[in-house]
Design a protein around this ligand. Structure first.
Ligand code: CMP
Length: 591
């Protein structure tokens, strides 16, 4: 073949085999992730047949990590984390510390140096976000209190790992490792360890400060500008450009990891009302590259370790499944939470995944961890992920039993658990309110709700959506007071309001709009409008409304027509009432 197709071959082999093995895994009721890892093993250098380009696969995997971390940032909820902090923070930190200690003891027996044991221990102590979320989703348990505890616990673990990834290069030499001689990173002088650690922390702090101050001003604004163009393609592109650009830029400028840069890029966009759209548009790419990430991890795995070092593999697996579970179980009970939560959480976290590979990979590149260590991590990951459905199921059974049996350990935690449930409920309500306030309609939904906008092109609808302010009203909230000056027109997306005009009450529901009469006539508000149900509305400011109908005379006409009809109806009603007031009641009814 005249030109180099190794990239195409690597991607193709990765996707085709990942698909085939993933599908098979699903058939055997295993997570598809196991299939992706096995696909990697199949095209890796340790198995016969086609061998994909490991270097290229590694780079594709980096993109996977960037998009994965960007997605984690996009969904990172501080409020959720705060609600479960009393169990998640001590739990995750305690579990990492104890699991690392246990592994250190184990590696001491194997005669490994401290640095190697530390990296292996940290790698084994963090569970897999991808596997946990998929398992919880499959059981519809993401929103349950125990599910939320597990997710919060995992976020703390992830944050701790991000910290470990950032500090590892700075302390690598201290632990007996060597810095890889990459062009951008000349090996540090020995003796300047404290300086390099300090410098790393300063750089990270500078990066975080910069991203958190400038990011929220620039990035959401940029997304809005792009959304206004109405081009989905440009929008997706802008999200990718932000994720990859911030990740690579921050790695080059500040020396922080791609993962951290991408996580912060996601977190900054998290605040934007367009974050859901951003997450939605990039999900397919994120999925595709995450698959390549797992494939490339599988490629690194040398299956012969299962035969060469069965005891070490068994020990690692023991730490992941039994050791970590027992530690989590104990911590939850010591924190005085119920036994059922203890079972449920410890089972949910009994695997390792993406962060373990990243950390172990980094450890190998700094020559802290022997390649065998990475292989053990990979074996532990593949086996624990494969066994995860069984472990998860068993822990759920135990949790059910504990909840029903009502014995002492369950009772002891009941009060704390009730308090946590209450706090979660509050966090959920707040999140719902915020989500309602941030609700952005897709252009399709907008037309469905409001036939008035059917004549608009998709781009025009996008622009309109950006000008809407979402409002949530409770029964009894007065939305418009008769006689006030007009400031906006309201579109009801769900719920119900009541217009009180004269003695009459007119109900308006989803798809209706109100507040247009005063805007069109320039007169004060003609009626009181009050929410009579939990109602979601989209408000369009006077100025935006005027600019909008100026551009779309046909819509102005339709709105004006309805306003005129309502006006006429009210006038007729007022006339009838006038007569009724003068005593001519029968005639009033006849009108
Ligand atoms: P506006 O006068 O700006 O504020 C009160 C709103 O109540 C008014 O616009 C209309 O949107 C709405 N409204 C007034 N009369 C009626 C009616 N007869 N039927 C439905 N809605 C009305």
């Amino acid at each position: 073949m005249p030109h180099d197709i190794s990239l195409i071959a690597t991607i193709t082999a990765g996707f085709v085999l990942a698909f085939a093995f993933g599908f098979l895994a699903h058939r055997f009721r295993l997570p598809p992730l196991v299939g992706y890892l096995l696909a990697g093993v199949a095209i890796g250098p340790f198995t016969p047949g086609f061998v994909a380009d490991g270097g290229l696969a590694g780079q594709l995997a980096e993109i996977g990590v960037i998009l994965l971390m960007f997605g984690v940032g996009l969904h990172f909820s501080v409020a959720d984390l705060m609600a479960v902090r009393r169990i998640a923070i001590p739990g995750a930190v305690g579990q990492i510390a104890l699991a690392t200690l246990v592994t250190l003891g184990l590696t001491k027996l194997w005669g490994w140096p401290l640095g190697a044991g530390l990296v292996l221990g940290l790698s084994l102590s963090v569970a897999s976000t991808v596997v946990l979320l998929k398992a919880l989703e499959g059981r519809n348990a993401v929103g349950t209190p125990n599910g939320r505890i597990a997710v919060g616990w995992l976020i703390v673990e992830d944050l701790a790992m991000v910290l470990a990834l950032v500090t590892l290069p700075a302390v690598a030499e201290l632990l007996g490792g060597k810095l890889p001689a990459t062009p951008g990173h000349p090996p540090a002088e020995s003796g300047s360890l404290l300086v390099s650690l300090g410098l790393t922390l300063v750089k990270v702090a500078a990066f975080v400060a910069l991203v958190m101050t400038i990011g929220p001003r620039v990035l959401p604004w940029l997304l809005r500008q792009v959304a206004r163009t109405g081009s989905r393609e440009l929008f997706t592109l802008s999200v990718l450009a932000i994720a990859l650009g911030v990740a690579l830029g921050s790695a080059k400028l500040f020396g922080v990891s791609f993962a951290l840069g991408a996580f912060f890029a996601g977190m900054v966009l998290n605040e934007s009302e367009l974050s859901h759209k951003a997450a939605h548009e990039t999900l397919p790419l994120q999925d595709a590259f995450a698959v390549l990430f797992f494939v490339s991890v599988g490629m690194l795995f040398d299956p012969s370790i299962l035969v060469r070092e069965p005891l070490k593999v068994a020990a690692v697996l023991g730490v992941i499944i039994l050791g970590k579970s027992l530690i989590a179980l104990l911590i939850v009970l010591v924190l005085r939470f119920p036994l059922s939560s203890a079972f449920s959480v410890s089972g949910a976290l009994a695997q390792i995944g993406e962060f373990s590979f990243i950390l172990a990979g980094l450890g190998v590149s700094y020559q802290l961890l022997p390649p065998e260590g990475l292989n053990l991590v990979l074996a532990g990951a593949i086996l624990s992920i494969t066994l995860n459905p069984v472990v998860f199921h068993a822990s759920e059974r135990l949790a059910h039993w504990a909840a029903r049996s009502g014995q002492a350990l369950e009772q002891a935690g009941a009060r704390q658990f009730a308090a946590l449930q209450e706090e979660l409920e509050r966090a959920r309500e707040l999140a719902e309110q915020a989500a309602a306030a941030h609700r952005t309609f897709t252009p399709e939904e907008l037309v469905e709700r409001f036939p008035l906008f059917a004549s608009l092109t998709p781009a025009q609808r996008e622009v309109l959506i950006l000008h809407f302010h979402p409002i949530a009203a409770e029964p009894g909230d007065r939305l418009i007071r008769v006689g006030d000056a007009a400031d906006a027109v309201y579109f009801i997306s769900s719920g119900e309001v009541e217009v009180a005009v004269g003695g009459r009450r007119i109900k308006l529901t989803g798809g209706d709009f109100f507040g247009e009469m005063a805007l069109i006539s320039g007169q004060p508000r003609s009626a009181d409008v009050t929410a009579v149900d939990y109602t979601k509305l989209l408000a369009l400011d006077r100025r935006d409304f005027r600019a909008f109908v100026r551009k779309h005379p046909e819509i102005r006409e339709e709105v004006a027509h309805l306003a005129a009809q309502r006006q006429k109806m009210n006038a007729a009603e007022a006339g009838a009432e006038g007569k009724a007031a003068s005593g001519d009641k029968d005639e009033a009814r006849g009108e």
